[in-house]
Design a protein around this ligand. Structure first.
Ligand SMILES: NC(=O)c1ccc[n+]([C@@H]2O[C@H](COP(=O)([O-])OP(=O)(O)OC[C@H]3O[C@@H](n4cnc5c(N)ncnc54)[C@H](O)[C@@H]3O)[C@@H](O)[C@H]2O)c1
Length: 504
């Protein structure tokens, strides 16, 4: 493992922003050589240029770079001109990954508009770019810096050697490792057929463009009979046989679709899953439930069918939007309430790190959440003893909120969990104070934004959706209620009373 990641590139290419993000993700220190020079000289860089000129600045820069070589677990952002001096480049490359953040002059100008840069007072950005281009092009690792900072960070982290995998054995084997996507061929049978969501294909194009890929429409549009028909044609045209492998790459919609397809095509194909959203890594992609939507009803068609192996690479989730990322915590908190009070405390105490996508914290919550789910699924795969129904905590109201408020699945589940706890407290089943505790955790994770919209919903409309729920039995709804963290129960309740109590 390299001791440092060093970023170089033109002014405004994002070295400091991406550097800080990388340090938060890895839990490493962050150093900005320009800031260190300013600190040591006791003046700003424009002042150094003004008073002593560029040569003095370059000497100070060289001194700082010499000191950096002894630092471990550090992300370094260098001044854009540091690598012009070959001896600096050698030092910066020593036991490090030196990366050139590449962006076009147009993009750089656009980003530089609000900054004061002393060099720009003497030369144009185009001239500086032209002068340095050859130097930068010699750097072996180059990353397109025009993407969003987290996507740039993701590309840089894929340059690191992959972590040793952690394995959870079982009928559904789980393999977890940072960077796993890079070495996925080691684990897959030959010539698999990949089913990727459009955005996932665009994000990881270089890993998949030379493979046999079926691109799924994003989101729920994948889970339709129309896409199913196209997918069948794709498999039949390629004369795919029963022993061949099908691989889902994407969020829960991709694995719901691809799992269903794998379970029925030729009465069951070899199925592998590479979940790429937090929600699918902790929940949707695990446990062998899959589904298509039909007639306006979500998940009405489906089978139980395990993937042989689920490959989890936490780096994949770095390219998710903030909103898509955060919704995944709803399922983490759900599993923690159901079966792991320590996990709940961990989320509560580490929300800050989790929001910054710190990999150690993510590894802990992903693996622990999977353990809770698999413990239950292994005992009750087909929901026959009823234990698996516990995993529906928050989903009865959640599904109604998802449709009525047009929310992401996890956002709706978070609000659904709060509704269940409120109901449990009102019925005297849930320990007092749990609502406040879970509300504060969700608030910290930015999952309570839409809570006021729940109160504005029409009771009858919510009731109508709840009556369609798969958990209805003999006029009662099997409702999951928390007693306290680590203990949840299923209670058959009158749906009219449930809605009245929750939506007072
Ligand atoms: N089967 C189950 O047990 C289960 C459980 C919970 C939810 N679900 C289902 O899962 C679905 C929701 O899953 P989801 O939240 O993962 O959303 P999703 O699958 O709809 O994906 C959301 C979006 O993120 C994009 N995306 C995925 N990975 C990305 C990445 N790494 N970088 C950039 N973009 C990326 C996708 O292309 C898509 O546009 C719903 O259909 C829900 O019903 C199933």
């Amino acid at each position: 493992m390299p001791e440092r990641i060093v970023l170089t590139g033109m002014m405004c290419s994002g070295k400091s922003t991406v550097g800080k993000i990388l340090s938060q993700i890895l839990g490493w220190n962050f150093i900005d050589t320009d800031k260190l020079i300013e600190h040591q000289a006791g003046m700003t860089i424009p002042e150094i240029f003004d008073r002593y000129g560029e040569n003095t600045f370059r000497q100070l820069e060289k001194d700082v770079i010499k000191k950096i070589v002894s630092l471990k677990n550090t992300v370094v952002s260098t001044g854009g001109g540091a690598v012009i001096d070959r001896s600096n480049t050698e030092l910066l490359s020593y036991r490090s990954i030196l990366v050139y953040l590449k962006a076009s002059p147009e993009k750089l100008k656009e980003r530089c508009r609000s900054h004061t840069r002393p060099l720009l007072e003497k030369k144009s950005l185009n001239d500086i770019y032209r002068e340095r281009q050859n130097v930068y092009e010699r750097i072996p690792h180059q990353v397109n810096a025009e993407h969003q900072p987290f996507v740039v960070a993701q590309k840089i982290l894929y340059l690191l050697p992959p972590q040793n995998p952690v394995e959870i054995p079982g009928i559904e084997r789980i393999i977890f490792a940072r960077g796993l996507l890079k070495i996925i061929d080691q684990y897959l049978p030959e010539n698999p057929k990949f089913f990727l969501q459009r955005k996932v294909f665009e994000t990881f194009r270089s890993s998949f463009e030379k493979r046999d890929v079926f691109v799924l429409p994003d989101g729920e549009r994948a889970k339709t009979l129309k896409t199913f028909k196209r997918a069948l044609e794709f498999l039949m045209e390629r004369k795919v046989e029963r022993g061949d492998a099908i691989v889902s790459v994407g969020g829960g919609a991709a694995s719901d679709f691809t799992g269903f397809l794998s379970s029925v095509y030729k009465r069951g194909m070899r199925f592998f899953n590479i979940p790429t959203t937090l929600l699918s890594q902790v929940d949707a992609g695990i446990g062998g439930k899959n589904a298509l939507n039909f007639g306006g009803v979500k998940n009405v068609l489906g089978t139980f069918y395990h993937p042989e192996t689920v490959f989890i690479d936490p780096l994949t989730i770095l390219s998710l939007s903030n909103r898509a990322y955060r919704q995944g915590f709803a399922e983490v908190v759900k599993s923690a309430i159901i079966g792991d009070p320590d996990l709940l405390s961990f989320v509560e105490n580490n929300a800050g790190k989790l929001k910054l996508k710190n990999l150690e914290a993510l590894k802990k919550i992903i693996l622990e959440t999977i353990r809770v789910k698999l413990n239950i699924v292994n005992r009750d795969f087909r929901e026959s003893s009823g234990e698996r129904k516990l995993l529906n905590l928050g989903h009865t109201f959640g599904h109604a909120y998802e449709v009525l408020l047009n929310l992401y699945h996890g956002e709706a589940v978070a609000l659904g969990i709060l509704s269940s706890i409120r109901l449990g407290e009102r019925l005297g089943i849930t320990e007092p104070g749990l609502y406040r505790r879970i509300f504060e955790i969700f608030e910290e994770l930015d999952l309570t934004r839409d809570i006021h919209r729940v109160d504005l919903l029409n009771r009858d409309t919510v009731l109508k959706l709840i009556l369609q729920d798969k958990k209805m039995k003999g006029g009662k709804i099997e409702f999951v209620l928390p007693v306290k963290p680590g203990k949840v129960i299923i209670q058959p309740l009158d749906p009219y009373m449930v809605v009245r109590e929750v939506m007072k």
